[in-house]
Design a protein around this ligand. Structure first.
Ligand SMILES: Cc1ncc(COP(=O)(O)O)c(C=O)c1O
Length: 380
């Protein structure tokens, strides 16, 4: 029987090299050995974001911590913010903003559709928004949003674009400096192919300057990016204990990314995603994301309502392949396959074949039409 294969949209497979780093004896968080490597890791993060002169931050925690840190640091209570809601994680972003006293306006899109830059342009004319929250790849729908055009509209209107690239960075094209981005964050467990437990945040000098001159100082303590700036500049300084092994693993995974080359990794993701989509199309699956906006990091497709648990179980039991189901309302009728990080063409083929066999065995492929006008993913 072949090996178990993890094909969920994070955490993703990690290399032996990364695993080995985590099994070494404990290092002190203030030791020169560790703090030097932490500093190197932040330099490598700069390459992953393609950000030359902004500031890089790394925290122990999951992607949601980066979402909240970006809100707490960028948004003042009472500020008007715009959230582009293309699914579950856009909705989480709105909820976090509300929890911190922002006045949230949402541009809502039916599941599977992308955020439209023209809609954004119109909306930005209606009010002064402090920030616009954009999900690069919404992992609930597998939609890839057009960040270049969306960021350009934000910049024209003088609003800070906040980009959640938890399911994008390293797998989808993103060039912080070229975009003119202000804040982009990601998490370790997706296309970077490190274990879960760390987040990376890149912040432009302009936004950092704004953090300093806000009328109301940043309210959070642990989530206050400004408080962490001196520590990121000099990791020898103690503020709170990082997850040492996770940070070392993240450094190793970023080294692997550097060795592969960022552009090469983007390309590898594109090629494998096309291969998977083509293979699945031959089995007549119906993709959730609309054509032209399908992510290269994961694919979501519809199965007959209520059959997703059965399909997931069969893939696990009979094929040793772990896939994810939809989130919220889509738990019973959507399967999501993660194809980011470290993945071979053979593993992609094996997954496509197993999905085809499973859908045929249960007659689980749904009849037309497309689900794009269906109910919204209720999210939280
Ligand atoms: C796009 C996106 N944003 C945010 C998150 C939240 O990350 P975490 O589950 O690590 O808190 C996820 C998790 O999958 C995600 O895909």
């Amino acid at each position: 029987m072949s090996e178990s294969l993890l094909m969920i949209p994070g955490p993703t497979n990690i290399s032996e090299r990364v695993r080995e780093v985590m099994s070494r004896p404990q290092q002190g968080h203030g030791s020169p050995e560790f703090t030097e490597k932490f500093g190197e890791m932040l330099k490598l993060a700069r390459l992953a974001f393609k950000n030359n002169d902004g500031s890089q931050f790394a925290f122990t925690g999951s992607g949601t911590l980066a979402m909240e840190a970006s809100v707490v640091s960028t948004v003042q209570p009472g500020d008007k913010v715009l959230v582009l809601d293309t699914g579950y994680f856009g909705q989480r972003m709105a909820s976090i903003n509300e929890a911190h006293g922002a006045k949230v306006v949402q541009l809502q899109y039916p599941i599977g559709t992308h955020a439209n830059p023209d809609d954004l342009k119109r909306k930005l004319r209606e009010a002064n928004f402090r920030a616009v929250f954009i999900t690069h790849v919404d992992t609930s729908s597998a939609v890839l949003n057009p960040i270049k055009e969306l960021v350009a509209e934000c910049k024209n209107a003088g609003a800070f674009p906040v980009i959640d690239s938890v399911c994008g960075l390293a797998g989808e094209e993103l060039d912080f400096d070229r975009l003119g981005a202000d804040i982009v964050f990601t998490a370790s467990q997706k296309a970077i192919a490190a274990p879960p437990g760390a987040v990376l945040i890149a912040v432009s000098n302009e936004l950092l300057g704004y953090f300093q001159k806000r009328a109301k100082p940043i309210e959070g303590w642990y989530l206050n990016l400004l408080r962490w700036k001196p520590i990121m500049d000099d990791p020898k300084t103690y503020l709170a204990t990082p997850a040492v092994q996770i940070m070392l693993a993240l450094r190793e995974a970023l080294l692997e990314l550097k060795e592969e080359g960022l552009e090469e990794r983007w390309k590898r993701h594109r090629v494998l995603a096309e291969k998977i989509r083509e293979g699945l199309q031959r089995t007549d699956v119906r993709f959730v994301a609309e054509e032209g906006y399908r992510a290269n990091t994961l694919t979501g497709f519809i199965v007959k309502d209520g059959m997703a648990p059965q399909v997931q179980k069969e893939l696990r039991d009979a094929h040793k392949i772990e896939v994810a189901r939809g989130l919220g309302d889509y738990g019973g009728k959507m399967i999501r396959i993660g194809h980011m990080g470290i993945l071979s063409a053979e593993q992609a083929d094996r997954t496509v074949k197993a999905v085809g066999e499973t859908l045929a065995k249960f007659g689980a492929a749904p009849p037309a039409p497309a689900p794009n006008n269906g109910p919204r993913n209720p999210g939280l």
